[in-house]
Ligand binder design. Structure first.
Ligand code: SF4
Length: 75
């Protein structure tokens, strides 16, 4: 999964960095710096950070590896 930020919508509340410190740090003005590739075991935390963003500036995007991790259908 990949974290995406809309820098226009972000108001620098910093909540995302509190909820997902493994992948979000804040710059000197309080705006997020993303380590965007989120491993599957942190997906729940990442979804929580996305849901908590008061300006809807964060979103999660599935990546090719996310799809590859799913079992294939046979037949
Ligand atoms: S919680 Fe949302 S508005 Fe606040 S810093 Fe993070 S992305 Fe920006």
């Amino acid at each position: 999964m990949r974290l995406r930020l809309d820098p226009i919508a972000c108001e620098g509340h910093g909540l995302c960095a509190d909820l997902l410190p493994e992948h979000v740090t804040l710059d000197e003005w309080g705006y997020p710096l993303l380590d965007a590739d989120v491993p599957e075991h942190l997906a729940t935390h990442a979804r929580g950070a996305v849901s908590a963003c008061p300006t809807l500036a964060l979103r999660l995007q599935r990546t090719r590896s996310t799809f590859a991790a799913r079992p294939e259908r046979l037949g």
